[in-house]
Design a protein around this ligand. Sequence first.
Ligand code: DGY
Length: 322
Amino acid sequence: MSKCVISLDLPEDIVVPLRDQYELLMWSGRDAMPEATLQNWLSDAEGLLCALSSPITESVMHAAKQLRVISTISVGVDHIDLNAATRAGISVGHTPGVLVDSTADLALGLMIALTRRIPEADRWMRSGQWSQGWQSDLLLGTDLSDSTVGVVGLGPIGEATVRRLRAFGCRILAWNRSLKEIEGVEIVPLDEVFARSDIVTLHTALTAETTHIASRSRLASMPTGAALINTGRGLLVDERALLEELAAGRLKAGLDVFEVEPLPSDHPFLSLNNVVLLPHVGSATASTRLAMVTRALENLHAGMSGERLPFCANPQVYGLSA
Ligand code: DGY
């Protein structure tokens, strides 16, 4: 039987059928699997099923001489050294398509949470402060329908976000790496998205080019009172610069992703009222997670059988262009 490593704790009903097909080693802790253990387990494995919690570095792959397929339960592949995988002839599978709606829903959720101050109002009520009934000036927010929203990246999740924003009646600006036209969307240069929007929402993959795409100067160009929404990756944002803008009370933010995850318990974001924080749950609905696992298993099985992966993040491994 070929050997397969699972570097995260998955429910038994998913794992049981795999046990008939592969010799399995599964990490059972909730903490991320240590790199040394992963290297050790992969030394004679042909397949790896993983997620964002396991960085798959060149040195991990170097130790895995028989590895043929890495299948990640995520659409993002920034935790995997794709170039090193391609050089080593390892195909990398991911899960595009299935988490588009869940993630776009959450981006909208964060926008409404911020503009209508939902978490702040919830905290206020729970602290027993609602003693005077309806008041005309209580917890006033702003209307999403009245806002200009800038969408950075028009891949499937960016487009799904645009569809939702259109239904809300927002003015929509957008920037995309390659030119794209979408009805009801004004395509503008990246700097303009930041300078002209009441809300900027990030939907690009994390690459060397998009790291800190929400840079200090772009954040500084955002209008006072504007909000940044990030459901992509923490490193898309210059977090230090964002923190300064938030601490000064100039910007607001809704963040599902962070430079360091889990967010350290003493992180200054946690003490600010103008930031809504979520623990990387953009795709966290039961049906989306099931669809992601199903897609990841399709990739794993294909790779273990020496076939092309149906959802391959490094088609160069088959001599195809990206
Ligand atoms: C992904 O799939 O890349 C998300 O960030 C996790 O669901």
